[in-house]
Design a protein around this ligand. Structure first.
Ligand code: G6P
Length: 628
């Protein structure tokens, strides 16, 4: 939820930290701050509001030191204010923290009894107090950290520095990500690779229960007990240009337009164009550490993905937000293609609902960031209960990716807009691949059908290109649409998750009331909402549910709502009952959702833009929700 950057090296720390925080602003943006060495002391500058406020304050500030830490915050404990902004400082110690210290009240009470005074309402400040106290008893920065960690409960990642050790920084984590970039004469620590990649591609991924002691040209890793661990950096292959806006006014619009490519990249590793066959290669189920020995009939020699899929009798899909809707599509596709029962759950519900996970179950977690706290907890819970797990992530080596037994990658490239777009379509495409692979493993996909499906899926990116042309329509329609009192998004079957996603996009970006509904459910309540102040967005492809959706739509029309329909080809009938009809090219029912979502994303984008909202960083939201 927050973004952390630390720098030790030859450049101006202010420049590196601010540039890094800019790339991390998506993680939180209600306040920010830096502490940078100047004449042997840490000079701290903080500001409420967006990062630009901090940049303004720092414009005329110079620092002569080469060590600094910075933070962009999304408030959990304590309201957004300068006082609650990080870094937190106590005498010579400065810290930045991402996550939640669950037992903070208890620790704080003890410290107050012993005479400590707190400046902020946060759970984070006490880390500075604890380290300072240890160092006052002559512990080194590293030892102080090792000593305080057993007393902390919760999910946290922290950077700590002290004026007593002006060439050292300590990083430790149990939960939210921390990466360490190793440059020529410099070391950069950050919550996300985006803050590091323009300096170096050599990265150490700090794991849970690890501490990094960073000093000039050197990183030493210890476990929480203080024992030294050997760890080599890996070289990553993302490049900095992927992270820029490239002429688009917003990242979100850029990412909407990147969707055809995102889908092509997602399916590429799993489709052999010469044989027109599907495969799940690269999933690499690692069952060596499988924790459910009784639960799944996996024999030692049974490590082939196809054979593993054959053993699956039940599928669970768990995710949050937009990823959850991608999972919903998975439910429709897998049940229909592979005839395996599927349960779909919100991660925040799954982890506390005492789920029954029968033998031979596969749990699929979908997460763009790979760091969503609830999804990660659900994954761990399912592993404990003996499920085989498969992650679908966009960020390789993220926590969820690392902890799952098998892995699929969205390959959407870096997604910066807080509201997810391209990662969503990549996930939808992977749900297609997965359902067909399962069907194949179960003997339910003959060669001809496989070839036909491959052709349909491979054609999706170019069909999506065409749908992007609705950009102009929504750019114009937005001024009228923004005057509506509310929006109802309707869909049935595989279009239902897309209706839900469309409504979510509008809520996230335009802050307007929007609901997604299964069209057949309209008469059970939402019909009462409809009058001429409502806009009804209906997904009505020419599929087996077409007639039923048309009658649902007639009911809405009779109540005076403004209707925008999204259908297939030249559909005169649908056109005649709609105020605006948007035609999508003909494609298979399982590919159609990839096309349908594009107009809905464009609608949300342009309405939000026309309202003057911050499209890339909507209020109150964060891209990566690493707390519960
Ligand atoms: C946040 C983001 C959403 C995202 C959700 C799940 O709420 O704002 O865009 O869909 O988290 O994130 P994940 O990274 O797990 O897909």
């Amino acid at each position: 939820m927050c973004g952390i950057v630390g720098y030790l090296g030859a450049r101006d720390p202010k420049e590196v930290i601010l540039k890094g925080l800019k790339t991390l602003e998506y993680r939180g943006y209600d306040s920010s701050g830096v502490s940078i060495l100047n004449k042997g002391k840490f000079k701290r500058v903080r500001a409420q509001g967006k990062l630009s406020q901090l940049c303004e304050k720092l414009q005329n500030e110079d620092f002569d030191g080469h060590l600094g830490i910075g933070h962009t915050r999304w408030a959990t404990h304590g309201k957004p204010s300068e006082r609650n902004a990080h870094p937190h400082q106590l005498n010579h110690v400065n810290i930045v923290h991402n996550g939640i210290i669950e037992n903070y009240a208890e620790i704080k009470e003890k410290l107050i009894k012993n005479g400590s005074q707190f400046e902020s309402e946060t759970d984070s400040e006490l880390v500075a107090h604890l380290i300072e106290r240890e160092m006052n008893f002559n512990a080194s920065l590293l030892n102080a950290t090792i000593n305080i960690i057993p007393g902390l409960r919760g999910a946290y990642s922290v950077l700590a520095v002290s004026e007593k050790t002006p060439d050292q920084c300590v990083a430790f984590k149990n939960g939210p990500p921390l990466l360490i970039g190793l440059g020529e004469d410099e070391i950069i620590v950050a919550s996300d690779i985006q803050a590091i990649i323009s300096y170096t591609k050599k990265i150490i991924y700090l794991e849970d229960d690890e501490i990094a002691l960073i000093s000039p040209g050197k990183v030493e890793i210890y476990n929480f007990k203080g024992q030294r661990i050997e760890k080599s950096p890996v070289t990553v292959n993302w490049d900095a240009s992927q992270i820029e806006k490239q002429g688009y006014p917003h990242y979100m619009l850029k990412e909407i337009f990147e969707q055809p490519r995102a889908v092509a990249q997602a399916i590429d590793p799993h489709i052999d164009l010469s044989t027109r066959k599907i495969n799940l290669s690269g999933v690499g189920f690692n069952v060596d550490n499988f924790e459910g020995p009784e639960a799944l009939d996996l024999k030692n020699d049974l490590l082939n993905t196809n054979e593993i899929l054959q053993t699956i009798e039940r599928v669970f899909i768990v995710a949050c937000g937009t990823s959850y809707y991608a999972g919903m599509l998975g439910e429709y596709l897998i049940e229909r293609a592979a005839e395996v029962p599927v349960e779909i759950d919100l991660a925040s519900e799954f982890r506390y609902r005492y789920p029954v996970i029968p033998k031979n179950s596969l749990l699929i977690v979908v997460s763009q960031s790979g760091e969503t706290a609830d999804t990660l907890a659900a994954l761990r819970q399912a592993k404990k209960q003996g499920a085989l797990t498969l992650s679908i992530c966009n960020v390789p080596r993220s926590s969820i990716d690392r902890e799952a037994h098998g892995h699929l990658y969205m390959n959407a490239g870096v997604e910066i807009g807080v509201a997810s777009t391209k990662a969503f379509v990549s996930s939808l495409a992977l749900m297609n691949i997965l359902s067909l692979s399962l069907a194949k493993a179960k003997g339910l996909l003959n060669e001809d059908l496989e070839k036909k499906c491959v052709d349909e899926i491979v054609a999706a990116p170019s069909l999506m290109e065409g749908v992007l042309a609705y950009d102009k329509f929504f750019a114009q329609a937005a001024d009228d649409l923004k005057k509506k009192r509310g929006f109802l998004y309707l869909g049935r079957g595989v279009s239902y998750p897309i209706a839900l996603e469309g409504a979510l996009k509008l809520k996230e970006l335009a802050y307007m009331h929007a609901e997604g509904y299964a069209s057949g459910e309209m008469k059970h309540g939402p019909l009462a909402l409809i009058d001429e102040t409502m806009a009804i967005i209906v997904l009505c492809p020419k599929d087996e549910l077409y007639e039923k959706t048309i009658s649902n739509l007639e009911e809405a029309k009779a109540r005076g709502g403004m209707i925008i329909s999204i259908g297939t080809g030249d559909d005169e009938r649908l056109k005649s009952i709609s105020d605006h009809y948007l035609s999508l090219p003909e494609t298979a029912w399982y590919v159609n959702p990839l096309l349908e979502v594009i107009p809905l994303q464009l609608l949300a984008y342009y309405v939000a833009k026309s309202l003057g909202n911050d499209v890339d960083q909507p209020r109150n939201l964060a891209k990566s929700v690493t707390v519960e």
